[in-house]
Design a binder for this molecule. Structure first.
Ligand SMILES: Nc1ncnc2c1ncn2[C@@H]1O[C@H](COP(=O)(O)OP(=O)(O)O)[C@@H](O)[C@H]1O
Ligand SMILES: [Mg+2]
Length: 438
């Protein structure tokens, strides 16, 4: 939160506001103080002038004594250090000269602080002071003003900043989530409607939506084209396959050339590649969802394990099945079976003899692990691509579409597929959404 842009702006604003307030406060305080001090100086000057008007020490002493009798020492202090001793209501020395502050030693009838002024008059020093109550009051008032305005304002601005930071954090969160979904291949992801007035973030959001829309459209177009090509080529290829079979039949038994065998094998591979491409396109189109029904995964896993037991034995692999909690998913039984088939076939085909293959199911988490050569981390994202195969697998039969098909089926079921290092080997983990018991 503290690192979000609105919060940073708020903190900066608060700091600026506090700085300006303090500067204003100091300037005003200084001015008010000076005005009061000037006024005090003026009054004190008048007083000094009046008392010393005669210029005669005895008269001055008499005037000071008279005034001291009338004056309340709590508001006014007087002292004349003359040739005949000290007169006035203040029995202590006042250090310094000119207009200044003076804190007298404790005496019950005195104030805490006075503004005093002294003047040298004939034969001595005359000092007059007035209580500095108004200065204390001024200080108090300023303290209150500062407390009453600065604190609530800082709190308010801070709260407003938090609110707008939370708001933009929510918007950013929605944007990030949408970007994540788009990145993981869900091109139908769009930003949820953002409440409140439009701002720069909602503009960015709208831009992302437009980009996703364009991306989705072009991906769809590409998918359509590849599906069309696969579809259009399927028939001639099948015809070719039939013609090869007819050619073989036309030849006398056992005289078919090797080239014919190779051509037939080649055609078979091509047909199955096209078949896979078409099924992927169909699955990605989402139409198999119409056939969805509750399926028990454990049943599929048991059937597949039985089915692959012989071929595992034949290729010298140990096949282990481990079924934990049993759960149902909403899906297509044949396609879910295809997932297990493809993963088991990979594990048997891409690992050397003697390896162990573990097919396990716990709830709706299905995994197939082997202790073969595995797939390097950098390649794990790529093997999901259509027709992609590791270099070392080029000589094995297959078309590089097995994992693409698995991924498409998992996505169709709203699940997640991930490849892990089984140290050694590969562990493919599939999480499907569980169908709640009814
Ligand atoms: N269990 C595995 N162990 C090692 N490599 C694997 C395994 N499964 C898949 N691969 C690698 O991933 C590639 C893609 O797999 P896949 O899409 O099923 O295509 P195919 O099996 O037709 O080659 C394979 O060619 C292989 O290199
Ligand atoms: Mg495969």
């Amino acid at each position: 939160m503290l690192r979000s842009t609105p919060m940073r702006l708020t903190l900066r604003l608060v700091a600026l506001f506090v700085l300006i307030s303090l500067l204003t406060f100091i300037a005003t305080w200084w001015l008010a103080n000076k005005t009061l001090l000037d006024a005090a100086e003026y009054t004190l000057d008048l007083e000094l002038a009046e008392l010393s008007a005669s210029g005669d020490p005895a008269t001055i002493a008499a005037a000071v004594a008279r005034l001291a009798l009338q004056a309340d020492p709590e508001t006014m202090i007087l002292r004349y250090d003359g040739p005949d001793g000290v007169t006035g209501n203040l029995d202590q020395q006042v250090p310094g000269s000119g207009v200044r502050e003076f804190d007298p030693r404790d005496r019950d009838d005195l104030s805490d602080r006075y503004i005093v002024n002294s003047r040298e008059v004939s034969g001595g020093v005359l000092t007059v002071g007035q209580a500095a109550d108004s200065f204390e009051e001024l200080r108090e008032v300023f303290g209150k003003v500062l407390g009453f305005t600065l604190l609530p304002t800082v709190v308010l601005v801070f709260a407003a900043g938090m609110l707008s930071a939370r708001r933009s954090a929510r918007r950013l969160g929605a944007i990030e989530e949408t970007l994540d979904r788009l990145r993981s291949g869900d091109l139908s992801a769009r930003l949820p409607a953002m409440p409140g007035p439009a701002d720069d973030l909602s503009r960015v959001g709208a831009g992302i939506d437009k980009l996703a829309e364009a991306q989705e459209a072009s991906t769809e177009a590409l998918r359509q084209v590849s599906a069309d090509i696969a579809h259009d080529l399927k028939t001639p290829i099948q015809r070719l396959s039939v013609q090869l079979a007819q050619t073989r039949e036309a030849l006398p038994e056992g005289t078919a050339p090797d080239a014919l065998d190779r051509a037939e094998a080649e055609i078979e591979g091509i047909v199955s590649t096209f078949q896979s491409l078409l099924s992927i396109a169909q699955i990605e189109g989402g139409s198999p969802r119409l056939r969805f029904a509750p399926v028990d995964l454990a049943g599929i896993v048991r059937t597949m394990a039985e089915l692959y037991e012989p071929s595992a034995e034949e290729s010298d692999h140990r096949l282990r099945v481990d079924i934990g909690r049993e759960a149902n998913v909403m899906g297509d039984r044949a396609l879910l079976g295809q997932i297990v088939t493809n993963l088991l076939e990979n594990a048997l085909r891409h690992t050397p003899r003697g390896c162990e293959v573990v097919l396990s199911l716990d709830g709706t988490r299905l995994s197939v692990a082997d202790d073969g050569p595995g797939i390097p981390a950098a390649e794990r994202g790529k093997v999901m691509r259509r027709l992609y195969r590791l270099d070392r697998s080029r000589s094995t039969p297959g078309s590089g579409l097995g994992l693409s098909l698995v991924e498409a089926i998992v996505k169709l079921h709203g699940g997640e597929l991930s490849l892990h290092d089984n140290a050694p080997g590969l562990r493919v983990v599939i999480d499907l959404p569980e169908l709640p018991e009814t």
